[in-house]
Design a protein around this ligand. Sequence first.
Ligand SMILES: Cc1ncc(COP(=O)(O)O)c(C=O)c1O
Length: 449
Amino acid sequence: MTQYTNQYYLDRQEACESSARSYPREFPVALAKAKGSWVEDVEGKRYIDFLSGAGTLALGHNDDEINQAMVDFIQSGAPLHTLDLMTPAKDRFVEALFSILPKEFAANAKVQFCSPSGTDAVEAAIKLCKTATGRGSIIAFSGGYHGMGHGTMALTGNCKAKNKVANVMPGVQFMPYPYSYRCPMGLGGEAGTKACIAYFERLLKDPESGITKPAAVILEPIQGEGGVIPAPVEFLQAVRRITKELDIPMICDEIQCGMGRSGKVFAFEHAGIIPDVILMSKAVGGGLPMSVVLYDKKLDVWGTGAHAGTFRGNQLAMVAGTIMIRRISDPAFLSEVARKGEKIITHLRSLQDQVSIIGDVRGKGLMIGIEFVDPKGGKDIMGHYEPNGQILCRVQRKLLDYGVIMERGGRNSSVLRCLCPLNISDEDIDLAMEKFDMAVKEVDADVCK
Ligand SMILES: Cc1ncc(COP(=O)(O)O)c(C=O)c1O
C-alpha cells in the first residue's frame, strides 16, 4: 500500500473540509494508529496524547476490554441502532449509570437520551427547565462553555464565535465566575469568591436588579474550555443554597469535568452538593458518541417527543459506556486519578518557579491548566501579566515536535490543558513532563533574552 505523508492528507482535508476545522490547525498531522495514551501519525511518529478526544477517552485509545465487548456485541446479532426503543444493553447501561449517581439524586432521577453531542444535552436541559418552570431566561457564567448550537452558544462565554452569529438564543444573563487568578471582581482568593457569591445572590434577590426569575442556572463545576478553572467549593455550595431557596433548577454541566476526570465521579461531589440536572457526554459513552440528561423527577413534565432525535440509541456506546462507568467509578481508580493529578500539578508548579512565562497552574484530578503570560508585557488589575496566546502557541508547537499533543483554551487561548487518559501510566506522565519542561524552558529563554 502506498505510504502517504501527513501533508498529503492535510492538503486533501483543506481542499474539502470546512474552514471551521480547528484541531488540525493546532496539530497538523494525520493519525493512523492509537493505543492507550499514545497516537501515531501516518509517518510513524508517536505522540503522548494529552488531548484524548477533548477528554472523551477516559480509558485511552482502543481499550482492550471495551474493544472486545464491542466486537462480541456486533457478532451477537443485537441491533446497533434503536432510536429510543428498549434493549437489554440499554437496560444494563441505565442501571450502571444510576449506580454512580448520588443516592439521594438517583432515588428520584429520570434520564433522557439525547442526540449524541454534549450540545444536545444542554439544549434538552434548557428546554426541560423552561417547560417545567414556565420561565424563559437562563443564568450562565462568564468563561463557561456549553456547546456550539444557537442555544448553547448563547450560554457560552467565549465571544469569538458568537460575535459572528446574530440573534443567538435571547434571555441569557451572565454572572461572574470565581476565576481567582483573573478575578472578575479584582480581588482574587477567598475575597473574590465571596464577592462573586454576594453579586449572584444580590442580583437574584434584589427586586430592582432588572433580572426576572430564570428557568435555570447552568454552570460547569470546573470550567474547561474557559481555561480549566475549578469553582471553589464555597461557591458551588452558595449557588446550590440560593437556587434552592428561590426554587430555580441548578444544572451542572459535567460533560467535560465528570466521569472521574476530577478525581471524583462528578466534579460537583467535591462540594457535597446535589444539583437538579446533570449533563453528561464525552466519556459517558466509553469513547463513542452519547449524551444524556439526568434530572429530578419533579421536572419531568415533558409530553411524548418533547425532545426527540434519531441517534439516541447507539447500542455500541451503551456497551462501551457500561464498562467505562464500572471502571472509572472504582474508588481505587479515582484515588489514582487524584494522585496523578497532584503529581502533575506539583511538577508544573516547580517548573513555574523556574520560568517567567507561566503565570498560573491550576486544576483538579487530571483536568489541569497552565496559563501562559508575557513577562515583558503589561499587567492586569490583579497585578498579573496579561495572558498570552502567542507564547502558548510556541510552546504547543515545540511540544508537538517533541511528541506531546496538548490542547489550548482559556482567555486569549493562553491556557494549555492536560486532558490525558485517566489511566495514563506514571512513566508516560514522567516522559510528557520531561518534554514539557524542555519546550517551556526553550521558549522562556527566548522570550526573556
Ligand atoms: C462543558 C461542556 N459542555 C458542553 C460541551 C459541548 O459538547 P459537544 O462538543 O459534544 O457538543 C462541551 C464540549 O467541549 C463541554 O466541554
